[in-house]
Design a protein. Structure first.
Length: 196
């Protein structure tokens, strides 16, 4: 087996790994006045790089109702951006939910955690975000924003520590050890050192 074939065999398990959300169809829903009431629902194919949902000017004909808003999906995150002519007032209603639910988030393994970041919003923090194994919801109730604002939700999957090696890691280790053994076996013997 030559070196190129050995390199291909070593890299094959890496190329078979799931690519996150890229290429998947994700469902985005708006809910108001509570989670039981869906006001809009649309499916989007995740293309990375690129914004999947945008509303450049009113009226918007998609899930976004705010001109200047965008939603972008990466392989493992959801990004929301606002660039407005003027700030929005406070999203305040006597109801309990006014926000987005993202469904069909297939990352290859269940969502086990999130990292939430935001800039430009008042009254929005990680307590307004919840998740299940394949969905995330964000409640924008009682939030306020200026002219420019954004939030991002990084999706974490799997456990932080893995006591049992993954099959691909074991295959890589085996291929590496086999390669070392082959190199050692077929190496030219070194010249013996003459005794003094």
């Amino acid at each position: 087996m030559n070196r190129n074939t050995l390199a291909l065999v070593c890299l094959m398990p890496v190329s078979l790994m799931h690519a996150g959300l890229v290429g998947d169809t994700v469902t985005v829903e708006t809910h108001f006045p509570n989670l039981a009431t869906t006001t809009e629902s649309q499916n989007f194919v995740v293309a990375d790089p690129g914004v999947e949902v945008s509303c450049p000017a009113a009226p918007c004909a998609n899930i976004l109702v705010i001109p200047g808003a965008t939603i972008d999906f990466t392989s493992n995150a959801i990004l929301f951006t606002l660039n407005l002519q003027s700030g929005l007032g406070t999203v305040r209603d006597p109801d309990d939910f006014n926000g987005y639910v993202f469904l069909s988030l297939d990352l290859g393994s269940p969502i086990t955690g999130i990292v939430f970041n935001q800039t430009g919003f008042t009254g929005l923090d990680s307590s307004d975000v919840s998740f299940t194994a394949n969905s995330v919801s964000i409640n924008l109730q009682d939030t306020q924003t200026g002219v420019s604002a954004s939030w991002s939700i990084d999706l974490i999957t799997g456990s932080r520590t893995s006591p049992v090696p993954e099959p691909s890691a074991a295959m890589l280790l085996g291929a590496g050890l086999g390669g070392l053994a082959a190199v050692r076996r077929f190496r030219k013997p070194s010249a013996p050192v003459a005794a003094r």
